[in-house]
Ligand binder design. Structure first.
Ligand SMILES: *[C@@H]1O[C@H](CO)[C@@H](O)[C@H](O)[C@H]1NC(C)=O
Ligand SMILES: *[C@@H]1O[C@H](CO)[C@@H](O)[C@H](O)[C@H]1NC(C)=O
Ligand SMILES: *[C@@H]1O[C@H](CO)[C@@H](O)[C@H](O)[C@H]1NC(C)=O
Length: 139
């Protein structure tokens, strides 16, 4: 009788282990999928040594190499940041986040060396801090 009970406990224990294991295995792909769905492409241009002149056309690039098959929000938007704050200057809007590049015209903002851009898709990703100079500065 004792032997029988131990066997029952043992099989219950194995059953519990198997149940836990299958729950863990089933949970993994869902977690991975969720992470992969949020696509935050790194901005590759402008770089920290970029100098943009007001009114000039500049190329913004970002790395789409790790793009998942399904992206929650495939529509991109680029905004200008100054001094660590996002401004109301939208440089580009409504483009495909998988393009990896888009040309923008530098808006008429005050010159400064504390500009960044932020690329929005699922989330926001900042460029390094770079400089914007006045229009007729030779750049
Ligand atoms: C883009 O990202 C991939 C994967 O992280 C990396 O191997 C590659 O070097 C990156 N390309 C550029 C231009 O940064
Ligand atoms: C941004 O905000 C400034 C002041 O808050 C305003 O003068 C300017 O017109 C705004 N620009 C845009 C593109 O909304
Ligand atoms: C973006 O600008 C670069 C440099 O001015 C130019 O060579 C390129 O053709 C432009 N691309 C598009 C899509 O307009």
């Amino acid at each position: 009788m004792l032997h029988f009970m131990n066997f029952t406990l043992f099989t219950n224990f194995i059953g519990l282990l198997l149940a836990l294991f299958s729950v863990t295995v089933n949970a993994l792909p869902i977690g991975e999928l969720h992470m992969r769905d949020v696509f935050v492409p790194p901005v590759t241009s402008p770089t920290a040594d970029a100098v943009w002149a007001v009114g000039s056309v500049q190329t913004v690039t970002w790395n789409t190499t790790d793009a998942p098959e399904q992206i929650t929000n495939p529509i991109g938007r680029i905004m200008l940041r100054k001094g660590g704050l996002t401004t109301n200057n939208t440089l580009a809007d409504g483009f495909d986040i998988l393009l990896g590049t888009i040309n923008v015209t530098v808006p008429d903002v005050e010159p400064g060396d504390d500009y960044e851009i932020v690329l929005f898709g699922d989330s926001g990703n900042f460029s390094p801090v770079f400089e914007i100079v006045a229009a007729d500065n030779g750049y």
